[in-house]
Design a binder for this molecule. Sequence first.
Ligand SMILES: *[C@@H]1O[C@H](CO)[C@@H](O)[C@H](O)[C@H]1NC(C)=O
Ligand SMILES: *[C@@H]1O[C@H](CO)[C@@H](O)[C@H](O)[C@H]1NC(C)=O
Length: 172
Amino acid sequence: MFSRIALVSTVAAFVGAASAQLTITTPSANLWWVGQSLNTLAWTCSSSPYQNFTVLLANSNPAVLSAPIAIIAVQYNYDCSETITQQQASQAPGTGYTIQLANTLNSTDVYTTSEPFEIKALGASYPASASPSATSSGSTAQSSGKTGGALSTYIPVGMSMAAAIALGLVVA
Ligand SMILES: *[C@@H]1O[C@H](CO)[C@@H](O)[C@H](O)[C@H]1NC(C)=O
Ligand SMILES: *[C@@H]1O[C@H](CO)[C@@H](O)[C@H](O)[C@H]1NC(C)=O
């Protein structure tokens, strides 16, 4: 009984804290991407006030990217996550990258920006919690890797399964 109450209040607290805001959960400082490979973009779709947005890749160093580049013209919020292919984002390995979610009609109207993240060289391991094959930790990225099917079981670090189900991150 107590554990059930604790669980419900934990979920409620999480949902309440995340109300009416759009946050990019992957990539982040700890959830890097791997170059020339499939990578995961995920956002807080259940609390997003926006129905759609343009996805841009930027870098704090103008020598790397002089301006943000659009990698998805129109992304619907209800998808909650997307697998980014090497054709969409073929940037050199490096640090200081950010993802921006912006107004589809005006890409300088940025709704939210990710934490700075690293694109590691082809062959680097995916972060354990964001690996496209969640069952094998420390798997090696491959350019012919798996599609987004495993994304339905992706759970952010520190989130309980119940909270993930409540937020629609996991199909119960
Ligand atoms: C994007 O969402 C807005 C409402 O926020 C809507 O007016 C517009 O038609 C949508 N665009 C597309 C391409 O669905
Ligand atoms: C685009 O968005 C930026 C930032 O919100 C704003 O300053 C600018 O006026 C907008 N441009 C147009 C054409 O609406």
